[in-house]
Design a protein around this ligand. Structure first.
Ligand code: A2H
Length: 261
C-alpha cells in the first residue's frame, strides 16, 4: 500500500434479484433481459472466494450506466467518468463531459439494500446481498466495496454491527450472517485474520476507526507477506505469488477488469 498509484481490480457482481424499491425504479429504464453489474474495486483479488456481501454507502448517489446493448454497471459518476477515460467502456460514444455519460438512473445507495447479486469466485454461489456501510467513501474507487469478513477487519466489524442492529438498518439479519470460510493462513492470526484482529484489538463497532485502521494495516501486511492461500486453484501458494494469478484469471474470464484511481 502507498507505493505509486493504486491498481484496483474492478469485479463484476451481476444482479440476480433487485430490492423491491429498485424493481420499481428500473421499470421502463432497463430491459428485463439486460445484465446489470455492481462493480466493487478491490486491492485483494485473491480474497474474492470469501465474499459474503457487497457494501454501498446508503447516502452516496450512484448511477446505472449503460455500457453496451443490454449491459449496465452501478458505480459513482466519478468512477464511470474515470472508466470512460481508461477506455473500458462506452464504445465510440466517448463522453465529453460527465453529463454525457450514458446514465439511465441516479439513486442513493439505500435503494439497493437487499438486492441479490452473484459474486465471482465466492463460495456463496446462491448469491450475496447489497448491504449499507456508512464508511464507504464516494471519493475513492467505484464507491462500491465487496465484503470479505475473513480478511478485512472493516468488513467484519461492519457485518457484526449490521447483524446486531438488523432492524435499525432495515435488513434481514441472515443477510449479514453468511458463513465465513477461512481463505488465508497466517502465522500470527491463524486462518481468520480479520475476526482475530477485531478481537485482539477489542474493536466493538465500525466507529472504532483508530483501531480499525491499525487492524487493516496489520491484516494487509501479514496476509500479503506471510499468508498462504487455503482455497481455490492456487491453494498452498503464498499470497504474494497467487494474488497476480487470481487477478489475471478474473480478467481473462471477463469477471473483472483493471481500474486505476
Ligand atoms: B479491499 P485504499 Cl479482504 N470506500 O477489498 C471505502 N473502502 C473502499 C472503497 C471506498 N470507496 N473502495 C474500496 N475500498 C476498500 C477486499 C479487502 C480490502 C480485504 C482486505 C483489505 C482491503 C475486500 N473488502 O482493503 O484505501 C476495498 O477493500 C484494505 C487496504 O484505496 C479495497 O480493497 O488503499 C480497499 O478498501 C482500497 O483501499
Amino acid at each position: 500500500e502507498g507505493i505509486g498509484p493504486q491498481e484496483y481490480s474492478a469485479i463484476k457482481l451481476q444482479v440476480k434479484e433487485w430490492s423491491p424499491k429498485m424493481a420499481e425504479l428500473v421499470k421502463g429504464k432497463v430491459e428485463d433481459d439486460a445484465k446489470v453489474y455492481f462493480v466493487p474495486a478491490t486491492l485483494r483479488p485473491e480474497t474474492m472466494y470469501g465474499q459474503t456481501s457487497c457494501f454501498v454507502g446508503p447516502k452516496i448517489n450512484y448511477g446505472l450506466f449503460k455500457l453496451k446493448e443490454k449491459e449496465y454497471i452501478v458505480v459513482t459518476k466519478r468512477a464511470a467518468w474515470n472508466m470512460a477515460f481508461q477506455g473500458h467502456f462506452f464504445g465510440d460514444k466517448f463522453p465529453k463531459t460527465q453529463d454525457e455519460l450514458p446514465q439511465v438512473l441516479e439513486v442513493p445507495g439505500s435503494a439497493f439494500v437487499g438486492t441479490l447479486v452473484n459474486a465471482p469466485l465466492s463460495f456463496h454461489t446462491g448469491g450475496i446481498r447489497i448491504l449499507p456501510m456508512e464508511s464507504v467513501s464516494a471519493a475513492k474507487g467505484t464507491g462500491v466495496v465487496t465484503s470479505v469478513p475473513s480478511d478485512s477487519p472493516d468488513d467484519y466489524a461492519t457485518l457484526v454491527d449490521l447483524a446486531k442492529k438488523a432492524e435499525y438498518y432495515g435488513i434481514q439479519k441472515e443477510w449479514a450472517e453468511l458463513e465465513i470460510f477461512p481463505l488465508i493462513e497466517t502465522p500470527t492470526y491463524g486462518n481468520l485474520t480479520a475476526p482475530a484482529l477485531v478481537k485482539e484489538l477489542k474493536i466493538n463497532s465500525p466507529k472504532d476507526v483508530t483501531q480499525l485502521a491499525q487492524a487493516k494495516d496489520l491484516a494487509y501486511t501479514e496476509g500479503f507477506y506471510k499468508g498462504t492461500l487455503l482455497v481455490g486453484k492456487y491453494k498452498g501458494e503464498a499470497v504474494s505469488e497467487a494474488k497476480d494469478k487470481v487477478r489475471k484469471d478474473l480478467y481473462d474470464s471477463g469477471d473483472a477488469f483493471p481500474f486505476a484511481d
